[in-house]
Design a protein. Sequence first.
Length: 152
Amino acid sequence: MSPELRLREMGIVLPESPKPVGRYIQAVQIGSLLHIAGHGPSRITGEPVTGKIGADLSFAQGVVAARLTGLNTLAIVRDHIGSLDRVVRFVKMIGRVHAAPDFTRHAEIIDGYTELMISIFGDVALCARAAPGMGSAPNGVAIIADALIEVR
């Protein structure tokens, strides 16, 4: 099943692409590689999900924030290439977790992003990945993710 059909089957409606918060663009394509700039999670209302996981946000809220960040990634991809059906492979993803100093479950938080992608794209969404923590984040967002995706 195509990713676009799978989204519809799952009842997922993508949000509007997040707007850059600085002087950059959300995506750059070089050949078949689409580079997605760092961005964070937002609620359906467009309001960003802010706070430190392990202090202001629970573990479960962090997983949801990672999933919301994934939805923003998909919105950027679709806006740039027209259809998620053009995705060939996820190559790399870095998900940074805005976390309390003693929080150590970063990889499990970013699994919320990865599991969303696998549910839509299957195994082509498994990619090289990093999930470091960070002590502060632009506008206090809970997650920042960027991605490298092969497209046709």
